[in-house]
Design a protein around this ligand. Structure first.
Ligand SMILES: Nc1ncnc2c1ncn2[C@@H]1O[C@H](COP(=O)(O)OP(=O)(O)O)[C@@H](O)[C@H]1O
Ligand SMILES: [Mg+2]
Length: 235
């Protein structure tokens, strides 16, 4: 089904947090794939389905070790792990140096993730531009969603990025106190280069709850409420 890539131009606006929140509320079956060449965070952030910890060695690293001869959608599930909410996760590399030996992986990985039957894939690709081979993966995406904070430096870099690489939507991690105004400000700057500009609440409490056991309290946070709205628009 669909491959949805999430990325940023620079900084750490919250790509991993947004990918996790979207996957948690995605209206269709979904796989959360951590494809950040700089290394992953999910294995350390999310509890496994049995309440234990995820295995950081099982994921993109173990997949990369077996995929040299070709990659089929059925192979992906041998390297995913289930987390407490019941979501399947492909954990990322454990450190950025591993990406140096995996330059061939990203194109086949993108094609395979886009072809998984019965599930969409939300892929956290980290920062664009710092590792050019990631373009081989993003080229396979049905949608590329760029994340930004509403600050001038973030938005200026994003505008430059959008002038050289295509994206379908921009998501502003916006302060709830001036949510609409922040999104409108960003739209004024980048609106010529992208069709949609959406928002997601900046919500530290929600971001913290997302790292624990998912449930009622998380469900009522602004982060998850705005993620539901965003998921509906993207899906
Ligand atoms: N929507 C949000 N609201 C509040 N804090 C956030 C949000 N998204 C991310 N953060 C915080 O920002 C920091 C970086 O987030 P992360 O998702 O790891 O960013 P990235 O993947 O872009 O490096 C973390 O401390 C995280 O808790
Ligand atoms: Mg990240």
């Amino acid at each position: 089904m669909a491959l949805i890539v999430l990325a940023a131009d620079k900084g750490a606006p919250g790509v991993t947090t947004t990918a996790t929140a979207l996957a948690a509320v995605w209206p269709r079956p979904v796989l959360l794939a951590e494809c950040d060449p700089a290394g992953g965070d999910l294995a350390y952030r999310l509890p496994a389905a049995d309440g234990g910890v995820l295995n950081p060695a099982k994921g993109l690293l173990s997949l990369g070790a077996t995929a040299r001869r070709g990659l089929e959608p059925a192979q992906i599930h041998e390297h995913t792990q289930r987390i407490v909410g019941g979501l399947d996760v492909l954990a990322g590399l454990t450190h950025g140096e591993q990406a140096a030996g995996l330059t061939w992986l990203w194109g086949p990985l993108g094609r395979t993730l886009a072809g998984i039957p019965g599930a969409d894939v939300i892929a956290d690709c980290g920062r664009m531009g710092s590792y050019p081979q990631i373009a081989d993966l993003t080229a396979e995406a049905d949608q590329i969603v760029m994340l930004t904070r509403a600050t001038l430096d973030h938005v200026a870099h994003l505008r430059e990025r959008l002038s050289i690489s295509k994206a379908h939507a921009v998501v502003v991690i916006a302060d709830p106190r001036n949510y609409r105004a922040s999104i409108d400000d960003v739209r004024r700057v980048v609106g010529q280069n992208v069709e949609h500009v959406y928002g997601l609440a900046h919500d530290p409490k929600g971001a913290e709850l997302l790292r624990g056991r998912w449930g009622g309290r998380l469900d009522r946070t602004l982060l998850i409420r705005t993620a539901r709205d965003l998921a509906r628009r993207l899906a």
